[in-house]
Write a protein of this length. Sequence first.
Length: 233
Amino acid sequence: MKYYNSKGELVDILEGIPENHGSCSSIYKLKGELYLKKYFQYTSHRCRMNYTMFKILKEISSPFTNQVLELYYEVENVKDRMKLIKHPDNFLTDAYTFLYLQEEFRDILLEQTDYFLYNLQCLDELMHVFTEYKVWVRDLKRLNTLFYDDRIVLIDLDCCKVIEQDYELIRVWNRNQLLNLFVDLFFSCKSYSPHYGKEIKDLFTLNEDSLCISNDISKKLVNYKRPIDFIRR
């Protein structure tokens, strides 16, 4: 398949047979750890990574997001190559390449509290960075995260978009999205029991004016070695 990349350069990518697919795209292994995510034709622009978000991810280069390398646009969808070069965000992304990360099994409820709080703090800081860029974070869930080394990594940030909204509105929204993500992570653990539901929600229930959720939650866990010890108390 012939594409233009975000610099307007013509490239030919041999896609082969997809290794996986979701509701919006197929995943192809290209070489080594290099993979291609290709959107279906019917995929909405809301679910496609745009150039602005791509540039933000490249600029912040966070170890807590997967590494997106390049955006691609099908040649037949680009009538004017110079317009693509000058205004790439005016074009729908058809595909992008990323580096594959091999997920490790972790049951976060059974992990040490330090591991949980470290990841919560780092992702909390990432939400603040996104807020500074006016990124409206969406689609944070267990299926869009993976456990890699000592980190919880956010993947598939395609639905995140820069919006012109009040800073405080974006901050509270992003904060709540992160809290909901951790609730989902806890609910998805093998050690999870329906009896834990209320205690997990209580752990992640904070005041709206909370500026550092990791600090507030660490106070609740100060006497517990693992999150599950707090849940079972």
